[in-house]
Design a protein around this ligand. Structure first.
Ligand code: SF4
Length: 258
């Protein structure tokens, strides 16, 4: 089954703390009035200019296996292979916050409005991350009747051992051109603020693994740590607690891969 729809920009609007964090401003730092005004202006521009959309297509495990193998460039050992093979449901997805917002950012840079352009870029990037979380939630809700305990997480080509060339098969199957997303010969998407990947639904434990793969050594954000921590602590919404407690992936003893 294939579905596509629009988001309301306010539905994926990031909070100010996350936008400033993306700008490299520490949470404990109170932004100046000037920064606060630029932030407010960027948020208003985003709400006015963004045209966020998503598309999703259900795939079977065997269909995804063929898509995933792609050009045969994935790392031999990686988390996704083990995760998707235990999934109850899988869907390819792509989303974008729209071409208009990318054009607006570019125009602001051309007009030498560097601070506002960079702030709007952070709003759009953070909104795209929120849109991924929204897509995960929407897919989870769509499975409620048949798979009510499923937890959905998204995985993307270019990350965690799934080679970026996987975009080719993903696009051939999903056809995100329908919502205005295209890829070039280097598998980069237009509009820039777009995300594609696989939504994996299944018991929460399938998303837990030890992040000690070869490619993890050069990973700077270790975003899997926070995702896994949230799965292990569904009652805790405040990711600050994870940092305060210094929890590491070594704590995820229910390893499903690695
Ligand atoms: S450490 Fe980085 S590369 Fe390794 S699994 Fe986690 S997010 Fe992926």
């Amino acid at each position: 089954m294939r579905q596509s729809s629009l988001f309301n920009p306010t539905e994926i609007l990031p909070n100010e703390k996350d936008i400033l964090k993306h700008q490299g401003i520490p949470e404990e730092h109170t932004p100046s009035t000037r920064i606060q005004n630029i932030l407010s202006e960027a948020i208003i521009l985003f709400i006015g200019e963004a045209k966020p959309q998503w598309i999703r297509a259900q795939v079977s495990r065997s269909e995804f296996k063929a898509i995933y193998l792609g050009a045969g460039e994935n790392f031999i050992e990686n988390p996704l292979e083990n995760i998707y093979s235990q999934a109850s449901n899988l869907a390819l997805f792509a989303l974008t916050v729209g071409l208009e917002i990318s054009n607006k950012i570019e125009n602001l840079f051309q007009q030498k409005e560097y601070a506002l352009a960079a702030m709007l870029d952070s709003v759009a990037s953070t909104a795209a991350e929120n849109a991924v979380a929204r897509c995960e939630k929407l897919y989870e809700e769509s499975l409620q009747e048949t798979d009510e305990t499923a937890t959905v997480l998204a995985y993307s080509p270019g990350y965690c051992g799934w080679h970026i060339s996987g975009q080719k098969n993903l696009f051939d199957y999903l056809k995100p051109e329908q919502i205005g997303i295209t890829i070039n010969n280097h598998f980069l998407m237009t509009p820039l603020k777009s995300v594609s990947g696989l939504l994996v639904a299944g018991p929460p434990k399938i998303h837990l693994f030890k992040n000690n793969f070869d490619f993890c050594r050069s990973c700077t954000d270790k975003s899997c740590t926070e995702r896994m921590w949230k799965i292990n602590h569904p009652e805790e919404k405040n990711s600050e607690i994870r940092r305060t407690n210094g929890i590491t992936t070594a704590d995820f003893s229910q390893s499903s891969a690695g």
